[in-house]
Design a protein around this ligand. Structure first.
Ligand SMILES: [Zn+2]
Length: 229
């Protein structure tokens, strides 16, 4: 595991930082794709995990949720607005329908799993406050720790170029985003928190939060709704 900040670790991936899974104290946030299951279970073996929470119910975040919850006997928490999708495994309302998301759905989407708690803004998860950030998915959530201004932003922004795999701040591609305009408003909401450290669903965490804030500001001034697809 890769230490990010106090209480926040990043599980190793193939390659690292492409699809991120975080261990925040004893709570696992997100669970990668279905093919990542074995690697994630191996890294979590022997760890005392108390619960598993999701930033959003997409195939690259809930892919291993079911086997991890089963193996560790832990409850699953996700956005109240996305409980039905998690419990049915039906991504129809979660992500736009196109060739790429159809393929993702076949190869990556994890098994349906019952949700023990629906999260809403203001709830607390491992010392972080739940922030409602819809747009990329209908009930997308971010997690915010005010005391040291650490933000787990999910896919409101990415910090990777999915073609070159180089570090690059960007909006999530439109082909994966259900409402780009609403996601932009959520990005502005997160920038207004003025984070110091930002952890993404995809890409390397940044410790220079001003870069995140400046990037969102530039987007708002230039192309408020465009993605990079
Ligand atoms: Zn994602």
């Amino acid at each position: 595991m890769i230490d990010i900040v106090d209480g926040v670790q990043l599980l190793r991936g193939t390659p690292n930082y492409l699809v991120n899974v975080y261990l925040v104290d004893d709570i696992l946030i997100d669970a990668g794709t279905k093919p990542a299951t074995r690697g994630l279970l191996r890294q979590l073996k022997g760890r005392n995990i108390k619960a598993h929470a999701l930033t959003h119910v997409h195939p690259d975040h809930q892919g291993a949720s079911h086997p991890i919850c089963e193996a560790h006997g832990i409850p699953l928490w996700c956005s109240e607005a996305e409980i039905a999708a998690m419990e049915s495994g039906d991504m129809t309302g979660q992500i736009p329908r196109n060739t790429i998301t159809r393929l993702q759905n076949v190869f990556w989407t994890g098994h349906a799993h019952p949700v023990d708690k629906g999260l809403v803004e203001g709830d607390s998860v491992a010392g972080f406050t739940v922030i409602s950030t819809p747009g990329h998915s209908p009930g997308h959530l971010a997690f915010w720790r005010e005391s040291d201004r650490v933000l787990i932003a999910g896919d409101v922004l990415n910090n990777i170029d999915f073609i070159t795999l180089q570090e690059r701040l960007s909006l999530p591609p439109d082909i994966f985003t259900i409402d780009a305009q609403e996601n932009m408003r959520s990005a502005q909401k997160l920038a207004d928190l003025n984070p110091r450290v930002v952890c993404f669903g995809h890409g390397k965490p940044i410790t220079d939060g001003a870069r995140f804030v400046d990037f969102v500001q530039q987007l708002a001034e230039t192309a408020p709704t465009s993605g990079n697809s």
